[in-house]
Write a protein of this length. Sequence first.
Length: 76
Amino acid sequence: MSYSDHKKVFKQLKAKPVKLKRFLKHNSPKERKFGPTTKHCRMCGSPRGHIGKYGLNICRRCFRQTATKLSFKKYN
């Protein structure tokens, strides 16, 4: 089933609530309990470049912008 067919199937299933419920049960993405997709940046929501140390929970890009406000010093 291609992407365009998915929309058509979903439209057809709206008229059949029992089949729609079963379709959603088997085809919806499962909830993640661990892994990189569960950790998101508090500021921008990005799952990439996550810094969780010291309870920061922000990505590296947001960390660079707010590091001085969080009292981190840059050493050359």
